[in-house]
Every structure is written in C-alpha cells, then in structure tokens.
Design a protein around this ligand. Structure first.
Ligand SMILES: Nc1ncnc2c1ncn2[C@@H]1O[C@H](COP(=O)(O)OP(=O)(O)OP(=O)(O)O)[C@@H](O)[C@H]1O
Ligand SMILES: CC(C)(CO)[C@@H](O)C(=O)NCCC(=O)O
Length: 398
C-alpha cells in the first residue's frame, strides 16, 4: 500500500486551503485526518479565526500508511503541504504551524523524527481519550455511521443521542482495547487482548508467506477453514452435541485438524490457513467483547479499528459470536470510519474546536470522495476507507 495519491485527486488544488492535520500513529498503521476548505468558501477562519462564528464549508480527509513506511507518510504530508494551514498557538500567535495534534504510541516513538524531518512538534493526546472522542463524534454527528452485520445483511443503525450511553467500544488495532463509554470524556478501559489485528497480520504472514495485508485478506476470501479447523462433528462422528447447544459444524478447535495427520504447513493451502486464522481471531474477540459487555450489563458493542476493514467474513464472525454467546441479548455494531477514531479524536482536540464546533453537513451525510461522489451506485459499505477519502463538513469556531 499506501497512498501517495496526489491531493488533486481529492479535488484540492490549492494547498493554502488545507488546514488542521491530526495524526494517530499506531503499532501497525498511521492515520491522518485533515480539513480542507471548499474553494468556493472565501472566509478562512482556520488561519485567521478571531471573531468568526458562522463556519466554513469544507471536507475532512482521511488517509493511512503502514507505520513501517513512516517515511511515505512524512513525504505525503510534505508533498501535499498539509502543515501549511497549521494551527496557530493561542499564547504565541507568531509561533504558527509549529505543532500538530498526535495520538497513539508513535506520537512518543516518532516525535524526534517529525521534528527532524518536518520541523514540527507532536502535541500528544491520550490514545483512549481520542478513541472515545472520535467514536462519540461519529455516532452523534454522522448519519449512516453505525451498522449491524448479520447473516450477510447490513443494516444502518439510527443512533438516539439521548440513549447512546453506556456502550462498549472495542477497538481492534494491532492489539485490542475494550472501553466502557458512559458519556463525552467519561469512560474506562475495562479490558484488552493482545490477540488482535497484529496477530492476524503477523501470524498470517509467517504461515502463508504473503507480502501484504490485502493479500492475506484476499486469500481468506477463497479459503475453507474446514480443512484446518476441527469441528464438533469431527469429534462426535458427524453428530451435533445438542445437549450443550453445539452443532456438528461449530468449530471445536481452531487449527485442530492440523494435529490429526502428518501434514506439514506446505500441505495446507495458504487460503485455508488465512481463513481459519481470521475466523479464530474474530471469534475470540467477539467472545471476549461479549464477556465484558456482560460484566457491565452493556447491550451495545461498537467495533472499530482497522483489523475489520469492512470485511464481511470478519464482521459476520464477530456478530455471530456476540449473538451466540449473548443469546441475542447484545448487539455488535460496526463503524464506517472504523480505523480513524483516534485520529478524529486528536483532530477534535485542537483548541476551540470541540465536538460541538464541528458539524457534519446533513445534506451529505455519507462520506464520499471525488472519485465516488458522482457514482449513483456507490454503496459506502461495499468499499472500505482504505483509499484516501473525505466527507463534507462545516467547521464552526467559537
Ligand atoms: N494495509 C494494511 N497493512 C497492515 N495492516 C492492516 C492494513 N489494513 C488493515 N490492517 C489491520 O489493521 C491493524 C491495525 O489497525 P489500527 O490502525 O486500528 O491499529 P493501530 O493503531 O496500528 O494499533 P494499536 O492501536 O494497537 O497501536 C493491523 O494490525 C492489521 O490487522
Ligand atoms: C497497547 C495498545 C493500547 C496500543 O494501541 C493496544 O495495542 C492494546 O490495547 N493492546 C492490548 C493490550 C492488552 O490489553 O492486553
């Protein structure tokens, strides 16, 4: 991957129109969120904000890079002049464009690199704070952000602002964080697991020798986990174990079939291994999430993080796990901007730029970019936010 697409492809030709870049540097991926003012909108409160109250139309842009390719990200920022409309320090307005908001572990790890290569400081924001701010913002401000996915059926969820809390936020990044959210800025990280997206990508790479995450996902589409997993029926001579509610086709032991003969890794198809791995990890996360929801009596679980990548099989497995273990009591929901919660939270943390200041233009509720905006067949759920994307919005300054 990943996307040294020129800014022009997003319809932004004037770099002075860019403003406010925020960054989330995770263990696997770097996420960028930045704002660009519509060229038809002549006011420029983001660079000269004092006294402006009626807002500016523009777009929020999203981009991501692999953390191991951080230099590509630095080049992208530099080539597209994303720092030009940077943030002006309140206390010291002459100290313009000297910092950007940053979250994730990489905000610490790569702080010197940003200073050295771009001459910019990273103003660090707590990862969990940003995650929750980003999730709350998306759930409240963007229609068609959350959806359920069960038996191949996608359904958007109408969020009632007065009945949003409490909920469990499960962020599946390299590792998995589980956060009980009780309100804006009111949350507790209640659990986590190291068996997450990094595990799928890392183990998958070792086992299948594939070269990219997308290749690993592609393999999983064509695989059959039945070849690798041991099913209840394998143990029960083809029968269900109905007394405890297990059908013969339920997985009794992920990868369990690999013990039953003298096969080597090479005897298995990479696609079968990839599918089994994806199923194992998704199922495990679904189960742990349900257990944590149960601990706190939570009925709604929102899943984010780039492990999901809008993949049907991943979402279906997670949903089935939550549905199965909760006996239909708890609901798994997914977010369109799944991997950008932290970066959005960092974006919202700029001074005088609170949740209430950023309004999504209700006439364009579903994020579109230049390439799909004219496509009447465009279905936001058919593609993920892997490419640089944007959504129409209006920014208000107090
Ligand atoms: N193009 C890609 N390259 C690598 N991993 C990808 C890619 N697309 C999706 N992923 C998956 O997304 C995961 C990273 O998700 P995300 O960006 O939400 O987390 P992170 O911020 O990197 O991790 P953490 O929060 O644990 O530091 C990877 O571990 C991998 O499973
Ligand atoms: C360490 C973080 C918070 C970094 O984003 C994440 O990868 C994570 O939540 N890992 C799981 C760690 C655990 O709770 O076991």
């Amino acid at each position: 991957m990943d996307h040294l697409r020129e800014i022009e492809t997003d319809g932004i030709s004037n770099p002075r129109e860019i403003s406010r870049l925020a960054i989330d540097i995770g263990g696997s991926l770097i996420k960028l969120v930045y704002f660009s003012k519509d060229s038809s909108d002549h006011e420029d409160p983001l660079n000269d904000s004092v006294g402006v109250s009626n807002g500016v139309n523009g777009r929020l842009h999203f981009a991501k890079f692999e953390t191991i390719n951080i230099n590509d990200c630095l080049k992208f920022i530099s080539a597209n002049k994303l720092l030009l409309g940077g943030f002006q320090h309140q206390e010291n307005p002459t100290n313009d464009r000297s910092f950007i908001k940053a979250t994730g572990g990489g905000a610490y790890k790569f702080s010197d690199l940003f200073k050295e290569k771009l001459g910019i400081s990273l103003e660090k924001e707590d990862e969990m704070d940003c995650l929750v701010t980003g999730a709350n913002f998306l759930l409240k401000a963007v229609n068609h952000e959350a959806f359920t996915y069960l038996n191949g059926q996608k359904e958007f969820v109408q969020i009632d602002h007065n009945d949003l809390y409490p909920y469990l936020l499960v962020n599946i990044g390299s590792g998995v964080g589980m956060v009980k959210v009780d309100g804006d800025g009111k949350f507790e990280r209640v659990s986590g697991t190291s068996v997450g997206g990094g595990t799928f990508w890392g183990l998958g790479k070792l086992l299948t020798k594939c070269q990219s995450f997308d290749e690993l996902l592609e393999l999983s589409h064509r695989g059959n986990n039945r070849v690798v997993d041991m099913l209840v029926g394998d143990i029960y001579g083809g029968m269900d174990y109905s007394k405890i509610g297990l059908s013969s086709t339920a997985i009794a032991s992920s990868f369990g079939r690999a013990i039953s003969n003298n096969n080597e890794l090479d005897d298995y198809k990479p696609e079968d291994v990839s599918r089994s791995l994806l199923r194992m990890i998704s199922n495990n996360i679904g189960q742990i999430s349900y257990l944590n929801a149960l601990r706190f009596g939570l009925k709604r679980i929102f899943f984010g993080g780039f492990f999901i990548r809008g993949q049907s099989y991943t979402m279906d497995t997670i949903s089935v796990a939550v549905h199965f273990w909760s006996k239909g009591e708890a609901k798994a929901m997914f977010l369109r901007h799944e991997g950008f919660l932290g970066a959005l939270g960092a974006f919202m943390s700029y001074e005088r730029h609170s949740l209430d200041d950023l309004m999504i233009n209700q006439s364009v509720q579903i994020p579109v970019d230049a390439s799909c905006g004219t496509d009447t067949n465009y279905n936001p759920l058919e593609r993920d936010l892997n490419e640089t994307e944007s959504m129409q919005c209006r920014v208000y300054q107090a």
